[in-house]
Each structure stands twice: as C-alpha cells, then as structure tokens.
Design a protein around this ligand. Structure first.
Ligand code: GLA
Length: 743
C-alpha cells in the first residue's frame, strides 16, 4: 500500500511514484500538523522537527500562556477559523448563536484501497491497484462538527487528491460559511505563482508573478461561466522553467465559483487554499447532515512545469475522463455556426453536408437556431422542439439525409437557459433565477434557469431527450452563454438562499449524468461562450470542450498553450475557420489553421460550399494528416518548446508517443524578420540513444509525409536541437515528424 500510518511516531505517509506527503498528529487535542510534500522520502527520521514542536506550547502540551502566537504559525492540514490562526481559514462554521469557531482534533482514521465516490460531484477514480485513500476523522467536541479529511494517492502518476466531508453531529443547526477543499502549509521557498486569465475569445493566457508577503488570489464568481480566471494555481520556485525546478500544481474539479489563494505570512510560510468561493455561499446543516466539498487534484514536479503538465494530462486521461470516445479518433466535424450563423434552412445545411462529405468530413453539427422561434439570439431558449419552418421535414428528414451521405449528425443545445420571449418562460416565469420584486438583468437576452430545482431539470431534460430520441443524433454540443446574477430561487427558504450557486452546479452535473445514462454512446462536447467553462468538472462528463470562440490560428496558439498547461490535447475543441477571421480579422494560411486545429479535436467551422480550388485540394490532405497522426496527439506526451506568448516571435511544441519512438513537432513563425538564419530548437523527452528519421508533413504537396533524408541522434536533437528553416512570410506553420529507426 502506498499510504502508511506509523503508530509510534503518529505519522501518515502518502507516496506516489516520485513524491511523498507527510503529516502527523500532535498535542493533547490531536492537531493534524503538516510536515512535508516533495520528492519521495525513504525515511521519516527527524521529520517532526519540521513542525517546530519545541517552540509550540499547543503541540508540546507545555504551558499555554501564549498559545495564540503559535497557533498563527503552526503548519496545519486544514486551517480553521475564529481561534487565533489569522492566516486564511479553510472552513467557517457559524452556530445558532451566531458564533464562528472551529477547533478539531484527531479521532480516528482509515486507510483503504481504491477511492470513495463524491456524492453528486465529479471526481478522479481508480482501481484498488491504482489508488489508495486515507480518511482522517477529526471533531470539535464543543460544537459537534466533524471533519473527514480525504486523501487519495495514485500509484501510476504523481498525483494526490484532497476533499473534505463536513458533518454536523451537534445538537442544533449550523451554517457552513466556507468549506475549502484544500489547505496546504509549506515553507516559502521563494515562490512564483502561475494562474490563467483572459476574457471572452481570449481565454487562459498564462500569468506568472512573484509571491510577496500577503495574499495573491485567483477567483471565479460568475456561477460557472468564467473567461477571466481559472480554477488552477501553481506555485513554483523562481528558477523553475519547463524542464527543471520545483512546481506544485493545484487543479479544482468543479464548475462553479472558486477561490485559489497563496498567502505568504509574517514568518515567511506559504499557505495555499482552494475551494468553493465563500462569497455568497452559506449552507445550512441540520443535525446529522453532511456536506461534501469538491476535489482538488495536486501534483508535485521536481522537473519543472513540463512534468506538471504531463502529470495533469495523465491523471485526467486515465482517472477522470470517462467517455467511450476518450481513446478513439473523434469524427472530423463541420459545424455550421461561423458558416451560416442563424441564416439556414434544411437545403443549405444539406448542401454543406454534401460538399463537406466529398472532402472527407465525417460529421455535421447543427449549431444554434434549429428550435422554437429562434431566428436570432433574442428568443426561444427553453423551447427545445424543431423549427419546421426552417427545417422542413424536421430533424428526422435532415438526419436521415445526412446519414445517407455516410455522415454522423450532431446538435447544439443550451439547456440551462431561458429567453423571456419563449413559451417556457411564459408558462413558468418563476423557473428563472431572480430576486423577487426585481427585474432580472438579461445577458444575450436570456435568463438562467433555476436548475437547483428538480422539476426544472426534469422538464428540460424531457425536452432534450425527446429531440435526441427523434433521430440518429450522435453528438451534442452543450452550451452555456451567460453568468449567473440576480441570485434568488423561488424554491429555497430564506436561510438557504446562499446554497443556490452550489446547488446549481450539482443540478448541472445531475443533468449531464442523466444525459449520458440515457445515451451512453453520445459524444458530448461542453462549451460556454467558447472556453468559459473548460474545467476538470466538465471533463468528467465530456471528453472534449470548445476551447474558444476565437478560431484565429495565431490567437489560438496562446489560448491552446494555456489550456494545455493542464488539459490533454484530446480535450481541446479546435476548428479551422475562414479568413479574414471573424473575430480578429486576421488572414492566415490554411495550412497554419489546419496545423493549429490538429492539436485539438480537429474539425471545420465554415461553409464548405464556398470553397475555392485551394481549399478543395488542401482540406482532404489535412484530414489525411489528422487520421495519420491523431493517435500520437491524443495519447502522447506534450512538451512546450517555445512560447509565442513569451517570445512574441514563434511557437513550438512537441508530442511524443509514450514509447518515445515517434514524435510530432509543431512550429509556427508568427512574424518573419529580414536577414535571419534558420532557427535551432531543442527537442525534449526522446531516447538519447536512439536515431530518428526526420520527415516534413506538408499539405502543400501530394506527398504529405516527406523524408527529409536526415537521420538524427536523440541526444543531438535534445542537447543540440534541430534546425528549422525560416518560412517566407508571416503566420507560417511547419510540421515535422520523427520516427525511430533501427537501420
Ligand atoms: C456560443 C458558442 C458558439 C456558438 C454560439 C451559438 O457563443 O461558444 O460556438 O455555439 O454560442 O449561439
């Protein structure tokens, strides 16, 4: 077992292949004291020194004259509130008298193979051979609140997960005002923080900054749809780069409001907390009731950021994502959104399908506008029945015609929303989230449905199921296009209104689970105005998420780099669209658009009936490249080689097979310069002793994969590099393929 308890030393030790995590029980009260998280330890001798027990009366059970100052510096497993630890608390419990305090001590623990499920919440999973768990129960005898601190350590990847169950075993009700999933105290080793930020169409740009005294937080408060911040935080040594240095990464498996904070204290210690955002959160717990926090996935890498990324990719691909499509090539799709917007009928869609099929495209996705009275984005969300004025013969006709072409069919929904101008809203105005007596604020002329209510969820899913049963629909794009505001639920008591945000997320998870239960072979793609809800919680339900509404290849370099910092390439929805790009107006070569989209799920978002000769020649070749190389991209190890976000000149990344016998190198020159030589880029992660044949993959010629005639040693390409000729022009992309040779 990779989790042990040492009775005499009162120490818990959790091991992953290359890391260890250690904490112990101290003092009469049985405080859980954090001791170590880092490279794997063989021996724990002397580890208690790290708690400075001698200095701490609370731990040494010495006189308690000045207990308070020690409480404020003790490294704990789960920080509490109200009793003298003035750093960030992880939990806040308010009793019926209005007092807020919690002081928990160890009661018992259990170590088990495998991992408990989190009720109603997405979470990582594994077999009894792959993961072990530790659950430590603590109690505050004064108010009867019990904490079950849950840890799971994976055996095949350097990941430990954390979550907390809070139980009210006291006599009266209590209100949970805050319940973080993770609290981690460490010595501050001169850390930086990395977080992801952006806006609509400009998601997940990487931001690195130095941690100074005080707190740095990243937070999402929009109820789920959040382009501005992301439920992820890394703390890393100043000198950490792609291949070296210490990195701690924390990723939150949740799709609602979040807070992640790194705080450097007066004594130069570092506390990281992560969990549901406490603002507007309050959860009533009657006697015997419990609350489960979502899960935080944490990883430690002593080999820089690249290894952190690969740990997240591995754990999410092997232990979080569940789709039958996960390890298969996804059908190359065409989505009509940028091609037609709302202006289509069945003839236009069928014409697009026919021309797309002749190029090799395998699935048509009909986006927004097929239902109710939806002729523009001002009406009809909530009315999930086919608009037969637009689509004569309904979906039955359209889908069967598309199937006859040998293509699959997919459909767009936005199930969580309602437009004031809809049959649904006219029948049930109280189903929208709103504050009684106030006129709710609209966004894109829509309100958010109160899916914390079962009758609302059921009514929507009934409509969705009916549509999906009416024709052979094999893919769904589940969209969500506005944040939550004007918080109020007609179904919740006044002292439970603070539960709405979280109940909303639980409702969403229940709806998506119901969809997958009803249609187990469905390919589900989540979306939220692009990448507004691209998080691990949603990945549990859908193997792919639309990365951004911005399909410009150059903008996508940064967006996809930030997304791939945590998420597998196979999960990033990426399409080739027309030029000038609809969002930024940039004109880029079709081959570059293709190469950038290849890094994700790959598809097209344009009107193929408008194609000229160039597209008709190149698109089938791009699809061939996708089929030839998607296995590597989907299942391989990803290495960032050069970041356009940082150097403003060029971008380069590499994907290797797990066996390291094949690799793809994507290179994009953003702006060319006069009189420059070829560029040398150092590759990573190959076998130093192997020899690789270098091919260039190009859609410009009939021969797509061309032998360059170069045979290169693994050691040379990693320590020296490969030389890349500068393409003539801006926004040009090159793709190389390396294959080990045993000649
Ligand atoms: C959102 C999505 C787009 C498209 C539109 C349709 O913006 O991100 O891809 O589906 O909605 O309204």
């Amino acid at each position: 077992m990779n989790i042990q308890y040492f009775e005499q030393e009162k120490l818990f030790k959790l091991d992953t292949p290359k890391t260890s995590y250690v904490f112990g029980i101290a003092g009469k009260r049985g405080y859980l004291v954090h001791l170590y998280y880092g490279p794997r330890l063989d021996s724990l001798q002397g580890i208690w020194d790290l708690a400075r027990v001698g200095e701490n009366p609370a731990l040494a059970d010495a006189n308690t004259k000045d207990e308070l100052s020690y409480v404020d510096c003790m490294p704990v497993e789960y920080s509490t509130d109200g009793l003298g630890d003035f750093r960030e608390s992880s939990i806040c419990v308010q009793d019926e008298g209005g007092h807020r305090a919690l002081d928990c001590g160890y009661v018992s623990h259990e170590i088990l193979r495998g991992k408990e499920k989190l009720p109603g919440l997405p979470a990582t999973f594994g077999t009894e051979e792959e993961v072990s768990s530790l659950i430590v129960t603590c109690k505050d005898p004064d108010n009867g609140v019990v904490l079950r601190l849950k840890y799971s350590a994976f055996q095949d990847v350097d990941v430990i997960t954390r979550s907390v169950e809070v139980i009210n075993e006291g006599e009266g009700s209590v209100y949970l005002k805050k319940a973080m999933s993770l609290s981690l105290d460490m010595d501050n080793r001169e850390f930086d923080a990395i977080t992801l930020h952006g806006s609509w169409g400009r998601e997940k740009h990487i931001l690195r900054r130095k941690l100074e005294l005080g707190s740095y937080r990243t937070e999402g408060k929009k109820g789920g749809n959040c382009h501005q911040a992301h439920p992820f935080l890394a703390v890393l040594s100043h000198n950490a780069d792609e291949t070296s240095g210490e990195v701690y990464g924390f990723s939150f498996v949740y799709s609602g409001n979040f807070l992640a904070q790194a705080e450097v204290s007066q004594f130069n210690s570092l506390r990281v907390v992560m969990g549901i955002h406490p603002e507007q959160f309050s959860w009533k717990m009657s006697t015997g009731e419990s609350f489960h926090t979502p899960e935080v996935v944490m990883t430690y890498s002593a080999e820089g950021l690249g290894q952190m990324t690969r740990n997240f990719h591995d754990v999410y691909r092997s232990h979080l994502m569940r789709s039958p499509y996960l390890h298969t090539k996804r059908p190359v799709l065409i989505n009509n959104w940028e091609g037609t917007y709302f202006d289509f009928d069945e003839k236009k869609i069928l014409n697009i399908a026919k021309s797309a099929r002749s190029l090799g495209i395998e699935m048509l996705v009909l986006d927004d506008g097929w239902f109710g009275n939806r002729f523009d984005d001002n009406r009809a969300l909530g009315d999930w029945y086919v608009n037969t004025e637009k689509l004569k013969g309904g979906l039955e006709y359209l889908v069967s015609e598309i199937n006859k072409l040998g293509m699959k069919f997919g459909l767009w929904f936005e199930p969580e929303m309602v437009c004031p101008d809809s049959d649904l809203y006219r029948a049930h105005p109280d189903w929208a989230i709103q504050i009684p007596g106030r006129v709710g604020r609209r966004a894109r002329n829509q309100y958010v449905l109160d899916i914390s209510r079962k009758e609302v969820r059921d009514a929507i899913m009934e409509q969705v199921f009916k549509v999906l049963h009416s024709a052979n629909i094999e893919y769904v794009k589940w969209d969500m296009n506005r944040p939550l505001s004007d918080l109020g639920s007609f179904a919740l008591e006044s002292d439970r209104q603070g539960e709405l945000y979280h109940r909303y997320v639980l409702g969403l998870y229940e709806m998506q689970e119901a969809l997958l239960q009803e249609f187990p072979n469905l390919l589900l793609e989540n979306c939220s105005s692009g990448g507004g809800r691209f998080d691990p919680g949603m990945l549990y339900f859908s193997p792919q998420i639309w990365t951004s509404d911005d399909t410009d290849a150059i903008e996508r370099l940064s967006i996809q780099e930030g997304t791939a910092l945590i998420y597998p390439l196979s999960s990033m929805g990426a399409h080739v669209s027309v030029c000038p790009n609809h969002i930024v107006g940039r004109v880029t070569p079709l081959s570059t658009r293709g190469n950038v989209a290849l890094t994700g799920t790959f598809g097209y978002e344009l009107d193929t009936t408008k194609f000229g000769e160039e597209e008709i020649t190149i698109v089938p070749r791009q699809i061939e490249v996708y089929h030839r190389f998607n296995d590597i991209i989907r299942e391989g190890d990803y290495y960032r080689i050069a970041s356009y976000q940082k150097n403003k000149e060029y971008d380069c990344y590499q994907v290797n097979t797990k066996k390291k016998d094949k690799a793809l190198v994507f290179f994009t020159q953003v702006l060319n310069e006069a009189n420059q030589k070829s560029r040398i880029v150092k590759l990573q992660g190959l076998k130093p002793e192997a020899a690789y044949r270098l091919y260039q993959v190009t859609v410009e010629d009939e021969e797509i994969v061309k032998d360059t005639g170069k045979l290169l040693s693994g050691q040379v390409v990693m320590q020296g590099g490969i030389s890349i000729d500068r393409p003539w022009g801006d926004f040009k992309s090159l793709l190389y393929y390396l294959e080990e040779t045993i000649d």
